[in-house]
Design a protein around this ligand. Structure first.
Ligand code: SF4
Length: 637
């Protein structure tokens, strides 16, 4: 099969895009990846907006965006630009405009870049209703878009202003949704309509984004737009971001997962990490992600001759095994080899609770622990196994599986028919001999390791080789880090492993780090990576916007309260969004939503339907919980 992928799958190489000049810096071409953020001040409050921009620039941000809601915001941009210039802050500023093409025309005169959203530039805001558009009606609407966009392009040309065509999953227009639904295909078509107009107008100063709060959707959307642009001879640079990633460790992991997945493919020319925190706190996260890919060796990994891999759709690898490993969702392996003996507290750290003479698993119970001792002073929970290396003198306990090196496996496989053995393998060890043996042995769980400088591509290629040889064994993705800081390890691991999980690869993950052996920390990072990629949902998924000038409440505080009271509702996705304008659409597939409606007023949503309107903010979290209870979705902690 000839796979048409315009970017590199087997070595690290930045995908070639057109350089787009934005003020004093360049996005795309051979330029380094640009790091940007967004102010959450009211834009017309010039003093606060300038102060926050300086804070972000001082933290290392290279470009800053402001929301433009009213004419006074658009006009304030001129003053903000002047104030920043006066103090030597010449970095580009960007206007973020929704629902009002006229405001984009004004802002384009004062700033270096304008972001518009195809979902609401001209088309009506999606009401999530099914409507029929005849071809005539469709083309009429498209002509209206073209007329307004050409007007904006002319202003941009005159003022040397760049444009971002910024599509978001969840804010597609009714017109696009009527034909494509709220899908990746719809996101791509909505974007391409605008890009085709830009191309027709010979306007090259365009950057493209297709964001989503769902990492799988986001990764697939960017890959698809790259493929479609390539076919239409377009080379616009990409702005990457996961929307509504939330805060804390989960927000950092979700951002690193989505952005990292694409940077692994060489895609992405500028990034924004969106956190529901002070925007300057986004910068170190973005820096860590970029640093992880900086100076990456371009050594290629081995390619299969027959590539059975589709990066453009969301799919799951098929498993066939005679081992005990469950294949419903990826398992978690925790390394306890540093322990000389294993006690009850060590099992608790893996997500279990002792109740009389039984271990009760939590939603986040790890299934495996790697032990290097036979001194285990408690019994193993049901469904849990200790993994041990074959040289260990005796089995740690009854619930075990041995781990073999490739050499041990080659020696032993004929002598013993173990029901389950785990075997370390790397891509270069998947030789014809090994393929032949594995084809005859369905009792193996593969522990996939890599030492390749582009480890994700190397491990992905392993899965492609397995597909080529029709090997359906379960595979645990193992990555080893040497990091003193847990957040740095989390960001790297998310960027490395998420692409494989979003591709539907992997039946478990195993992270090691000689500096971080605390099982609780590694356990949290592992489960957050699985959560971020929706490979395994074990806690409530919070979809929270980073806030902007439209937010009229303390979203950080509210998010913390909502999290605290609902984090055990693992079966739900809960949105906490700053405004009614974009919030309901952009919280995408949230089951419930807390959306800022006006000062001290909140509206609550069940799915896409507003069910409680303008309730006082003071008791809105109580009302949200009441709403969840009324709908029968509440469970006690
Ligand atoms: S949803 Fe949040 S970030 Fe988006 S426009 Fe509304 S307040 Fe701003």
């Amino acid at each position: 099969m000839t796979l048409q992928v315009p970017y590199q799958l087997f070595k690290y190489e930045r995908f070639k895009t057109n350089p787009v000049r934005v003020g004093n810096l360049t996005i795309g071409g051979n330029s380094p990846i640009v790091l940007q953020s967004m102010c959450n001040t009211s834009t017309s409050d010039v003093k606060a907006s300038v102060a926050q921009a300086k804070e972000i620039f001082n933290a290392g941000g290279e470009m800053i965006r402001y929301t433009v809601i009213h004419q006074k915001d658009a006009e304030a941009l001129r003053e903000i630009r002047e104030e920043l210039n006066k103090d030597g802050y010449n970095q580009p500023i960007v206007a973020d405009v929704h629902f009002n093409a006229e405001l984009a025309n004004i802002a384009a005169k004062y700033v270096e870049k304008v972001r518009i959203n195809p979902g609401n530039f001209i088309d009506k805001r999606a009401k999530f209703e099914t409507k029929e558009y005849t071809d005539i009606k469709w083309n009429e609407e498209l002509l209206k878009v073209e007329k307004k966009l050409v007007e904006l392009i002319h202003i941009c040309k005159e003022n040397k202003t760049a444009l971002r065509i910024g599509t978001n999953h969840g804010s597609l227009s009714d017109r696009i949704m009527s034909r494509y639904g709220n899908t990746v295909e719809g996101m791509v078509e909505a974007t391409m309509e605008f890009l085709r107009i830009c191309k027709k107008e010979n306007f090259e100063h365009v950057v493209v984004s297709l964001k989503s709060s769902n990492v799988k959707v986001m990764v697939t959307a960017y890959r698809n737009i790259v493929s479609v642009m390539h076919k239409e001879n377009m080379h616009y640079p990409l702005h990457l971001g996961v929307t509504e990633a939330g805060n804390g460790l989960s927000g950092r992991i979700k951002s690193a997962a989505g952005i990292g997945a694409l940077l692994n493919d060489g895609l992405g020319d500028t990034i924004r990490v969106s956190l529901t925190e002070n925007p300057s706190r986004e910068i170190p996260v973005a820096q860590s992600i970029i640093k992880h890919f900086a100076n990456r060796n371009d050594k290629a990994t081995a390619q299969p001759t027959d590539i059975k891999y589709d990066p453009f759709s969301i799919s799951q690898r098929t498993i066939e095994t005679s081992t005990d490993i469950q294949t419903k969702h990826p398992a978690v392996v925790i390394d306890l080899r540093h322990l000389e003996e294993i006690n009850e507290c060590d099992i608790e750290a893996l997500g279990y609770k002792k109740s009389s003479d039984k271990w009760e698993p939590s939603r986040r119970a790890a299934e495996y622990a790697f032990a290097n001792t036979t001194k285990i002073n408690t019994f193993a929970p049901e469904g849990f196994k200790f993994l041990y290396e074959s040289y260990l003198d005796g089995k740690p306990c009854k619930r075990t599986a041995p781990i073999l090196t490739r050499a041990e496996y080659l020696k032993l496989y004929k002598l013993t028919r173990l029901k389950e053995k785990w075997v370390y393998l790397r891509l270069n060890e998947l030789t014809d001999e090994m393929v032949g043996i594995l084809n005859d042995d369905n009792h193996v769980v593969i522990i996939l390791e890599t030492t390749h400088p582009h480890g994700t591509a190397d491990q992905r290629s392993f899965f492609m080789h397995m597909a080529q040889h029709n090997l359906k064994h379960p595979v645990i993705i193992k990555r080893n880090y040497v990091e003193e800081d847990a957040t740095q390890m989390a960001i790297k691991a998310a960027a490395d492993i998420a692409p494989l999980l979003t591709d539907g690869f992997g039946n478990g993950i195993w992270l090691t780090n000689p500096f971080i052996t605390d099982a609780k920390i590694v356990h949290e990072i592992s489960f957050e990576i699985l959560q971020a990629t929706r490979a395994r949902s074990t806690s409530t998924e919070f979809i929270a916007c980073p806030s902007c000038g439209r937010t009229q409440f303390d979203i950080e505080k509210v998010l913390e309260e909502v999290k605290d009271r609902t984090k055990h509702l693992y079966h739900l996705k809960i949105g906490v969004m700053g405004c009614l304008v974009n919030g309901p659409g952009e919280m995408a597939d949230a089951d419930y939503g807390y959306v800022g409606a006006a000062k001290d007023k909140v509206s609550l949503y069940k799915g896409k339907t507003q069910v409680r309107k303008n309730i006082p903010a003071a008791n809105a979290v109580d009302e949200l919980i009441d709403l969840i209870k009324t709908n029968g979705d509440w469970i006690d902690k």
